[in-house]
Design a protein around this ligand. Structure first.
Ligand SMILES: Nc1nc2c(ncn2[C@@H]2O[C@H](COP(=O)(O)OP(=O)(O)OP(=O)(O)O)[C@@H](O)[C@H]2O)c(=O)[nH]1
Length: 356
């Protein structure tokens, strides 16, 4: 029986920095052949595209599998298990599998899937890495007033006053073997120290905290924990039990937790005239409509290169990554937020003001 292939699950809220971390890791990978499984929320595969652009010979296009039929934790049987089987049945199986979950995924059902008979004998969960957005946490984006919630709970046992955002965040932390605090290049050392202490109180004992800057971390740091997370699922319980599954039917999690509290749609258009004008209107729309994440590719008039847009909350980043290819010259932006986004108003706010 060949040794089990280690698999690392990389989770973390929308825009926390998962793809960036993976991309940096691939450039500092000490010769391992890594296969990536990428799962995104939204209909445009931005993360896979960004990763394919990394040009690392050790991670060819064939080694990147995109799962785009919804959230990985809800489509385990239909998507994840068949994909894993294909990877391990290859003539030359990968040395390591890295799975990037969508920012809205609960890692627990995914880890549980490693106990499926077809997978369990061949693959083991090397560890769960939870990426958290340092500056967003410092600014209180996931915070809730614990004391106020407790007072209300005492008043009414049956109510859960937590937001879908903070629930997801806590579940992702509860599953972690390692917590990567990202974007520490934009924080003070003392802020990172305070945040680490705060997070340590919300994670299991013995969890490693690692800081990441724009340069990221090497594979020697992220991979090779050897935890076998599938064996101690109970320690990583979902705090809020979004999944109301039957005990004897652990395999069917479809549509059983709160993704319907979030939604996404795509804005499609032709060329835009001026990136600065686009950024300004995007910033306004993000603020006005409480958009959590916006990302995609933009065709700028007069520029053969495709411009990548990455917005996490109020912060927007743009850069040119490569000339447009087979995908065709067009602007496609994925917008993600809590359910109830005003698609019409957001589309109008962008399309009508930035077209070339
Ligand atoms: N300054 C700084 N920016 C970062 C760092 N890591 C990520 N970012 C930026 O944060 C934004 C989101 O990063 P991604 O890596 O795409 O985040 P993600 O978690 O993969 O996002 P989703 O897959 O959409 O959930 C991008 O604009 C990145 O450039 C970091 O360490 N420092």
């Amino acid at each position: 029986m060949p040794a089990k292939i280690p698999a690392t699950v990389i989770t973390g809220f929308l825009g926390a920095g998962k793809t960036t971390l993976i991309r940096n890791m691939l450039t500092r990978n000490d010769g391992r052949r890594i296969a990536l499984i990428i799962n995104e929320f939204g209909d445009v595969g931005v993360d896979g595209e960004v990763l394919k652009g990394c040009g690392d010979a050790l991670c060819s296009d064939d080694d990147i599998v995109e799962l785009s039929n919804g959230c990985i934790c809800c489509t385990v049987a239909d998507d994840f298990i068949p994909t894993m089987k294909k990877l391990i049945e290859r003539g030359t199986p990968p040395d390591h599998i890295v799975i990037e979950t969508s920012g809205l995924a609960l890692p627990q059902p995914l880890v549980r899937a490693f106990n499926w008979p077809e997978i369990r004998t061949r693959v083991t969960v090397d560890g769960v890495v939870t990426v958290v957005d340092g500056p967003a946490l410092r600014d209180g984006r996931f915070a809730h007033d614990v004391a106020a919630v407790d007072r209300q709970r005492e008043a009414d046992e049956g109510l859960d006053h937590e937001t879908p955002l903070s629930e997801l965040f806590e579940d992702q932390l509860a599953c972690a073997d390692m917590v990567v605090i990202s974007k520490t290049d934009t924080m003070l050392g003392t802020e990172v120290d305070a945040l680490t202490a705060d997070l340590a109180a919300q994670t299991r004992e013995g969890v490693h905290f690692v800081r990441s800057t724009g340069d990221g971390l090497g594979a020697d740091v992220l991979l090779g924990m050897g935890i076998a997370a599938e064996d101690d699922l109970d320690a990583r319980a979902e705090l809020h039990h979004h999944h109301h599954h039957d005990d004897d039917d652990d395999h069917d999690h479809e549509h059983e937790h709160g993704h319907d509290e979030f939604e996404s749609f795509v804005i499609e258009m032709g060329e835009i005239a001026d990136p600065a004008v686009l950024t300004r209107h995007l910033a306004e729309a993000i603020r006005a409509h409480d958009i959590l994440r916006l990302k995609g590719f933009v065709a700028v008039a007069g520029k053969p290169m495709r411009m990548v847009v990455q917005a996490v909350g109020p912060r927007i980043e743009t850069y040119y990554d490569r000339p447009f290819g087979a995908e065709g010259r067009a602007t496609r932006l994925v917008v993600i937020g809590e359910a109830g986004l005003d698609h019409v108003a957001i589309k109008a706010a962008i399309r009508e003001r930035v077209a070339a």
